[in-house]
Design a protein around this ligand. Structure first.
Ligand code: KMT
Ligand code: NI
Length: 172
């Protein structure tokens, strides 16, 4: 894992977009993000059990697994959104970028590689993209029914109760 401020330059979303300004793990914690590196899936099982996560699936995002739909999917994941649940993702192979909004509404890019596990709080604005490998194999963990519906950012999500709670409890 490495985090840095996004450079805001145009160009393919899958390029690093590295401003050269690093973001510390402490700052990520202030945004409510937790990160672990778990080479053994036993540790993932323990974390899931501790947090009451009963279910999981594995998604492979690549041209091989998705064919024609790949480019469209990649664009879809890159739409800025929030969820009403926390989001736990564990990278099994390949890698990718999660971009999250910081306190000043700037993008922080989080580069995840194999065995990185990240927990994002409910209500944080974010987006995802594969990188130049065009290959992400990730485990998605969920408690019961997955509430994964991405809510695209707009005036309505600014007023969403989970967003407001995130802003009041974590950001301020
Ligand atoms: C999300 O919510 O943006 C995703 O789950 C992205 C795909 S999982 C690496
Ligand atoms: Ni999401």
């Amino acid at each position: 894992m490495r985090a840095y401020w996004f450079d805001n330059n145009s160009g393919d979303q899958r390029l690093p977009h590295d401003s050269g300004r690093d973001v510390s793990e402490e700052y990520l914690e202030k945004l409510g993000i937790k990160h672990f590196n778990y080479p053994s899936v036993d540790d993932v099982d323990k974390l899931a059990a501790n947090r009451g996560y009963k279910n999981r699936d594995v998604i492979t995002i690549s041209p091989t697994s998705m064919g024609e739909a790949y480019e469209e999917k990649v664009k879809m994941f890159f739409n800025e959104h929030l969820h009403e649940d926390e989001e736990i993702r564990y990278i099994l192979d390949g890698g990718g970028f999660f971009d999250v909004r910081d306190k000043n509404d700037e993008w922080v890019r989080i580069k995840l590689a194999k065995y990185d596990l990240m927990i994002m709080p409910a209500g944080i604005y974010h987006r995802f993209t594969t990188d130049e490998q065009n290959y992400t194999k990730a485990m998605r963990l969920f408690q019961d029914d997955p509430k994964w519906t991405p809510l695209t950012r707009g005036p309505e999500t600014d007023g969403n109760e989970f967003r407001k709670e995130y802003v009041h409890e974590i950001l301020s």
